[in-house]
Every structure is written in structure tokens, then in C-alpha cells.
Design a protein around this ligand. Structure first.
Ligand code: TIH
Ligand code: FE2
Length: 295
């Protein structure tokens, strides 16, 4: 996700070993010194993380746990109405805590026995090749901070609510997890940055913002819809297009707003046949043809 990657707040390591996260003046936490200190401390954990060691626990404040509890409550109601059956099954299987933010290490402990996926901490921007590539090995890069308490229903900035409620519940499903792994294999296989961007956009319009038909209704399986109790109320009114690789891989999106163009699969099987197959087999040549075929 080039655009998503660019949205991440820059993280700067200081000479004394501490870490400073730059928030833009329009960020809801910009003028909140307590929140800024939390963001810096949490980014520091990821910057100093050594692969192969346990992910350090973040010390969240009571207010931060309350944001998690509120969003979890709000989303449970919306998920019952708008999430796919496969995702809801993942919610049951994973069993995330409802009243407090789980540590990423704990998310790995819950997830690994189900589908083999483990979480890795990300301070901010993870280069596309790494972010997607390690999906092939069952690793998911995740932010650890939480959105500002003043705007709980939506954030343009991926936070622990998005990474865990949106993605981990999906990764608890063996069928969705298989698709994540295939996306990782595709990202490893392609050579050019153009082909990698195409693969990442197909990911954006499916595993991040995908919708599908289920029993005659439109349901969401994309993590970005499923982690926002603001956006999840709006997706059915958007411009919903049929699943189309050329279109998904070349359509521009703006990460800072509710997504106004979405792509609908006819079923999970349809998604696996079209997108799973694409990731399983694509290379630079086949992607160049799909780009040329885009209108
Ligand atoms: N907008 C999502 C939310 O509010 O939970 C977070 C993101 C999803 C994808 C990019 S940012
Ligand atoms: Fe995401």
C-alpha cells in the first residue's frame, strides 16, 4: 500500500536512544501531550525490537483500554449485521479480550495455533516488500499504538484496533489466512515496483476493503471496513463494482477518507478463484498485461 505507507507518521530515533513520532497538526492527538508521550514510547518498543525475541508489552493507560472496550462494543453490533460469516467465525475462534487492549504477543499466542500467523511490531512505515513478503511466512507487521480517544469511530492511520480487530480476526480463518499467504508469495515473486504496487492494490481492494455477496446481502470482509464503526455504516452506499483484477490493481484510492469505490466478490469461493489464483500465479508479464487491459 504505497498510499497507506506514506500516511504513517514519521518516526525519528534521537541521539539518546529515545524515539519521537511526528504527528501532523490535523491529527486529533497533536495537542495532547499525554498521547504524544504514549506514541513515542510505543514506537520506541518497535524500533528497538529484535526479531526472534518476544514483542515487548506496551503499557497502555486506562483511557486507552477504554477506547478499545468502546470500539469493541460498537463493532460487535455492526459485525453481527455487516460482517461475513467466515469473519464472524474467526471472531469466535480467536476470542480477543473485550475490555482491554491485548498485547501483540498475546495476539500471536491466540492466532498461531489456529492458522500459524504471528504478529511483528511496526514503528511506522514498513517497506512494501517486507510488509507483504513476510505474509508468505505467516508474519503480520502491526502497529501497537491506539487511535486518539476523541475520534474512536475512524482513523486514517492504521492502529492496534485496525490491525487486531480488523486483521487478526480475519487471520483466524484458514481460508482468509491462505489468501494473505498467497499475497505474500506474489509480493516475493514479482520484480518491478510497478508489479508490486499492482499486487498491493489488489490487496487493498480485497483484504483491506473487500465486500462480498452472502445470502443475497452485501457483507464486508475487508479489515479496514471491519475496524471502523463509522465506515462500516456507509459501505453499502458506495460505488460497488464487480471483482476485476485490472481495475483493482490500477484504481487510485485515498487512505484519509471513507472508501467510495469498493469491489464485490460473488462469494468467498469466487474471491479465492479470481484473487487467490492471481496471487498464486502472477508475475511481471501477466501483471503488465492486466495494466495494459485497464481502461
Ligand atoms: N480506517 C481504519 C479504521 O478506522 O479502523 C484504519 C485503516 C484501515 C486501512 C488503512 S487505515
Ligand atoms: Fe490494514
Amino acid at each position: 500500500m504505497f498510499e497507506e505507507a506514506q500516511y504513517f507518521a514519521p518516526v525519528a530515533a534521537q541521539q539518546d536512544g529515545s524515539v519521537v513520532v511526528e504527528l501532523s497538526a490535523s491529527h486529533p492527538g497533536f495537542a495532547d501531550p499525554v498521547y504524544r508521550a504514549r506514541r513515542n514510547a510505543i514506537a520506541g518498543l518497535a524500533v528497538n525490537y529484535r526479531p526472534g525475541t518476544p514483542i515487548p508489552a506496551a503499557e497502555y493507560t486506562e483511557q486507552e483500554h477504554e477506547v478499545w472496550a468502546l470500539v469493541t462494543r460498537e463493532l460487535a453490533v455492526k459485525h453481527a449485521k455487516y460482517a461475513t460469516a467466515e469473519y464472524l467465525d474467526g471472531v469466535d475462534r480467536l476470542g480477543l479480550p473485550q475490555e482491554r487492549i491485548p498485547q501483540l504477543e498475546e495476539v500471536s499466542r491466540l492466532l498461531e495455533p489456529l492458522t500459524g500467523f504471528r504478529y511483528l511490531p511496526a514503528a511506522g512505515l514498513v517497506p512494501l516488500r517486507d510488509f507483504y513478503g513476510v505474509l508468505a511466512d505467516g508474519y503480520f507487521h502491526s502497529t501497537q499504538y491506539i487511535r486518539h480517544h476523541s475520534v474512536p469511530f475512524y482513523t486514517p492511520e492504521p492502529d492496534v484496533i485496525h490491525e487486531v480487530i480488523g486483521h487478526a480476526n480475519a487471520l483466524a480463518s484458514s481460508r482468509y489466512a491462505a489468501l494473505y499467504r498467497l499475497a505474500g508469495q506474489a509480493a516475493r515473486r514479482v520484480q518491478s515496483d510497478e508489479a508490486l504496487e499492482f499486487v498491493s492494490k489488489v490487496f487493498w481492494f480485497t483484504l483491506e476493503f473487500g465486500v462480498m455477496r452472502e445470502a443475497g446481502e452485501l457483507k464486508a470482509y475487508g479489515a479496514g471496513i471491519l475496524s471502523s464503526y463509522g465506515e462500516i455504516e456507509e459501505f453499502r452506499g458506495m460505488d460497488i463494482r464487480p471483482l476485476d483484477l485490472s481495475a483493482m490493481g490500477t484504481t487510485h484510492y485515498d487512505i484519509t477518507k471513507y472508501q467510495d469505490v469498493l469491489f464485490r466478490a460473488d462469494s468467498l469461493q469466487h474471491l479465492e478463484d479470481v484473487v487467490g489464483d492471481f496471487w498464486d500465479t502472477c508475475d511481471d508479464d501477466s501483471i503488465a498485461k492486466l495494466i495494459a487491459a485497464a481502461v
